[in-house]
Write a protein of this length. Structure first.
Length: 204
């Protein structure tokens, strides 16, 4: 069994990088500005207003429950407004308010400065490779999440199909029960007629 090493641990190294990046962000944006995740949501909405919460989950990578709470807080602060989507009356979409646009505009230059400082820890020659690796990693995570969701959808479809088949069988059984008394009555009516016919043949 290989000996564990913090210096070679992907999780530990990612956490160190994330912590340093967050410290730079907090220093530039300040306590009164949006958090990194809030900034990500505001920025994503600004690029495509009217996105549903499902779209935001996919584009930001923030889980659904966390995103729902975050949107509620941003609405209370007056940065976002919620409305029903035009295509689906049951789904909600969000858009930036005037206050949200001002907050985003004020924070954008500071965030860019923090991001540049985070990347400048590496030599210029390694920065593009580092970004490619991070992008590939994020894309791999997107695929994993998509694959995790796919079986659930298929299972739901299978359950729906089974329910439909069961419902059809029940309907068929009920119909058969209703037809049974009618068949018995018809059989009873035919029986005397058959007996009479048989008697006539004997007399002949």
């Amino acid at each position: 069994m290989a000996k564990f090493s913090l210096q070679k641990s992907p999780g530990h190294l990612l956490r160190r990088a994330q912590q340093y990046s967050y410290d730079l962000y907090a220093k530039e944006v300040g306590k009164t500005g949006p958090t990194p995740r809030q900034f990500a949501v505001l920025h994503t909405v600004s690029e495509d207003e009217g996105l549903s919460q499902t779209d935001l989950v996919r584009k930001t990578g923030i889980d659904r429950s966390t995103l729902a709470d975050m949107i509620s807080r941003l609405i209370k602060k007056g940065y976002l407004a919620r409305q029903r989507t035009k295509t689906d009356a049951r789904a909600n979409s969000v858009k930036l308010t005037g206050a949200g646009k001002r907050v985003l505009s004020s924070a954008s230059a500071k965030v860019t400065k923090a991001e540049t400082a985070a990347l400048n820890v590496l030599p210029k020659s390694q920065q593009s490779g580092f970004m490619r690796a991070l992008t590939t990693y994020a894309e791999a995570l997107d695929k994993i999440e998509a694959e995790m969701m796919a079986p659930k959808k298929r299972a739901t479809k299978k359950k729906a199909t089974k329910k439909k088949k069961a419902a059809k069988k029940k309907t068929a059984r009920k119909a058969a029960k209703r037809k049974a008394p009618a068949r018995k009555k018809a059989a009873k009516k035919k029986a005397p007629a058959k007996r009479k016919a048989a008697k006539r043949k004997k007399k002949k």
